[in-house]
Design a protein around this ligand. Structure first.
Ligand code: PMP
Length: 360
């Protein structure tokens, strides 16, 4: 079976064990005589699947009882609208612009109210995280918004911003379950699952219960109200049932591996191999401030677009897929999510060394 090392930023590599298990259960899920894809979302079997998925996520992230877990659709991008529609009571929100995804969220919020860009790293092509210890937080801000890990640029907030008491909302799409988090520091944590957790089509929203109210912006569609999904335990309408089932399997896989502390250790070990190589290479260079480096997305360049293209092409031929950087920045990017094995990164570095030798 020809599996390659897939460094895609998302949809991305999933644990092989999970894929095998899903394959085994494809035709007959636990004696039901049907695939989870064919199953009613109101059935007992499915109730157990979604219930266990939620509980396992709660266990992994240590989610307090006053936070709700919602399994929704529409991708992370739909949250760019849902967040202001549900949270902008004063119609004011502060955004920290650390990349394209934060910027898109900010632009979407500006449709519904006054969105303030209170900090930005656009001046240096988003290659760092701004100092967020004393920002001009708006007095009447409904929330402060961050994109915690910037998938395209490869930066991560190592320290959460000082929101001066305001609710923190974080897009964690590309760092979900990559390390332990203190959920109580946030009002909303959300992310598309297609990087670290499961197949595209599911977005998970973890939200403090007092933020779920009837009081949404006028005209908010029923499907975009957190309250309707919370009242119906994510089963208001047909959920992305198969996707949630695979997420549930990934939660169990992470639990079996030892939980988020172990994920963090594994991710640090993997990222170190790549960053240490980049730091001494005479050909390849990392593109972001060292102290803000992401454990998940590692962009790098040779400084020569032709050489970059040659590298991507030869890497692909050698079994290292999806190393091309995001179309907006060029260069290369290795996304090394939870399911990327350590040896995948070691082999990539060996390949990079060889390429450097051959192209001096
Ligand atoms: N936020 C981040 C951090 C992302 O990396 C992405 C893209 N994958 C998005 C939001 C948009 O996600 P989606 O395609 O699920 O709308």
């Amino acid at each position: 079976m020809g599996r390659i090392y897939n460094f895609s930023a998302g949809p991305a590599v999933l644990p092989e064990e999970v894929l095998k298990e899903a394959a085994e259960e494809m035709l007959d899920y636990k004696g039901t005589g049907m695939s989870v894809m064919e199953m009613s979302h109101r059935s007992k079997a499915y109730e157990t699947i979604i219930g266990e998925a939620e509980q396992d996520l709660r266990d992994l992230m240590n989610i307090p009882d006053n936070y709700k877990v919602l399994f929704l659709q529409g991708g992370a991008s739909q949250q760019f609208a849902m967040i202001p529609m549900n949270l902008m009571k004063n119609k004011v929100a502060d955004y920290i612009i650390t990349g394209q995804w934060a910027k898109k969220a900010y632009q979407e919020a500006a449709i519904y109210g006054k969105a303030n860009a209170i900090a930005s790293s656009a001046d240096k092509t988003f290659s760092y995280i701004p100092d967020c210890s004393d920002l001009p937080i708006s007095e009447d801000a409904d929330y402060v918004y961050i994109c915690e890990n910037n998938t395209i640029y490869g930066t991560k907030f190592k320290k959460l911003p000082n929101t001066k008491g305001k609710t923190l909302v974080a897009d964690v799409s590309s760092c979900f379950l990559s390390e332990p988090v203190d959920v109580t520091k946030y009002g909303v944590i959300y992310g598309g699952v297609q990087k670290n957790i499961g197949p595209a089509g599911v977005v998970i929203v973890i939200i403090r219960e007092d933020l779920i109210t009837e009081d949404t912006l006028p005209g908010t569609p029923t499907m975009l109200k957190y309250k309707i999904h919370d009242d119906n335990k994510s089963l208001y309408n047909t959920p992305p049932a198969y996707g949630i089932y695979v997420c549930g399997k990934v939660f169990k896989w992470i639990k079996k591996m030892g939980g988020l502390e172990v994920m963090k250790e594994r991710n640090e070990k993997k990222a170190k191999v790549l960053y240490d190589f980049l730091d001494q290479s005479t050909m390849f260079k990392g593109t972001v401030a060292k102290e803000d480096r992401s454990l998940m997305n590692v962009p790098f360049v040779t400084g020569d677009a032709e050489l970059d293209a040659k590298f991507v092409k030869e890497a692909k031929a050698a079994g290292f897929e999806n190393l091309k950087g995001h179309r907006s920045v060029g260069g290369m990017r290795a996304s090394i999510y939870n399911a990327m094995p350590y040896e995948g990164v070691v082999k990539l570095v060996e390949f990079m060394k060889k390429f450097e030798e051959e192209n001096k």
